[in-house]
Design a protein around this ligand. Sequence first.
Ligand code: PEP
Ligand code: MN
Length: 351
Amino acid sequence: MSPGAGRILVLDLETELPAAGLEALQQQLGAAGLAGRLVEAGWCRLLRVPLPAGSPEPAPSAWRLAGVRRAFVQEDGSLLAARSWREADSVIAARGHRLGGGAWQLIAGPCSVEDRVQMREVAHAAAEAGAGWLRGGAFKPRSSPYHFQGLGAPALELLREAADERGLAVITELLDLRDLPLLAACSDVLQVGSRNSQNLPLLKELGRCGRPVLLKRGFGCTLEETVLAAEYVLCHGNPQVAICERGIRSFEPAMRFTFDLGALPWLKQHVHLPVVADPSHATGDARLVPAVARGALAAGADGIMVEIHPRPDRSISDPDQALSLEAFGRLAAELRALAAALGRSGGEGSA
Ligand code: PEP
Ligand code: MN
C-alpha cells in the first residue's frame, strides 16, 4: 500500500470547541491540502481526515492544536469502536448489572416470552444462578412467517414484571423500529438480532435511543462488517454498545450455525466494546451449549447468553437448544469454577 492510502488522521475535539475554533482547524487542514469531516456523536466530537494516497504520513503531534484533545493516525475502518480510540475495555451497566471491563456477566432467559408462570420460573432460576440480565423475545424474527411471532407488547410486561421481582435487567430484541417506544418503556438493553445486524436505519436510531445496545453478529457478516455496524450506533450518539457472536453460516450442516470461537479474542483485540457469546443459537443443540459456553468464557467473552426454559420440550420456539433450569444451574456453577481458574473476576456470576 502506498503511504497514506486508506489511512485516516483523527482529531479528537474538545466538545466545547466553539464554531470559530472549528473553522480555524478546518482552515489549517485545508492549507495542508486536507479536508476533515466533522463527526458529532454527542458523547464525543471529532474530525475524520482521510489522508490522500501517497501523501507523507503527518506527525500527529503537529495537529495537537487548540481545541484538539488528541490526534492520531489509524487505518480506515471502525473508529469509535477501535482500541486505538479507547484502550480500556468499555463497560455497560443495566440496573447495576455490568457487562465488560474484566468481570463476566451471565444472560439467560427463554427464546420467547410465553406466559407469566414461565417467566417467573425462569427469572428465579436466572437470579439463583447469578445472572444479571434476563432475556426473552417479545417480537420474534422467525424464519417462517407461519411460526409463532411472539406475544408482542404483553410479553414486554411479563418480562419486566419477572425481572423486577428478582432485580434483573431486561434485554429484548428490537425487531422493528416502530416498536422502539414500547421497548424503551419496558426494557433496559435493546438487542439487535442477527437478521437486523446491518439494518442501517435501525442502527442509526439506536444511536439516539439512550439505551445500551447488544448487537448480534449477522450470520453472514464478517467481523469487520459487524464492527462497522456497531460503529453506526456509536457515531450516532450511543457509546453503550456490545457485540454478540452467535454463530455464522458455513458449509457445516451438523449444527445450526458455526460458532466462531476465534471471533472472541479477535474482537477483544480490535475493539474496546464488551463481547458476548451466544452458544444457544450457534449450536441449536442444548447438549452442545455447555461446552461451547465454557470455551467462549475461556476465550475471553465478557458475557455468556443462553436460552433456558422450565420445560424445554414445550418451548414454543427453539426447543432443541433450550437448557432446562437444572442444566442451566449446573452450567452456571461450571462457568464460575472456570472463571476462578482463569483468574477472571466473576461479575455477579461469582456472587
Ligand atoms: C435471539 O437471541 O432471540 C435470536 C433470535 O437470535 P439471533 O438474532 O442471533 O438469531
Ligand atoms: Mn431463540
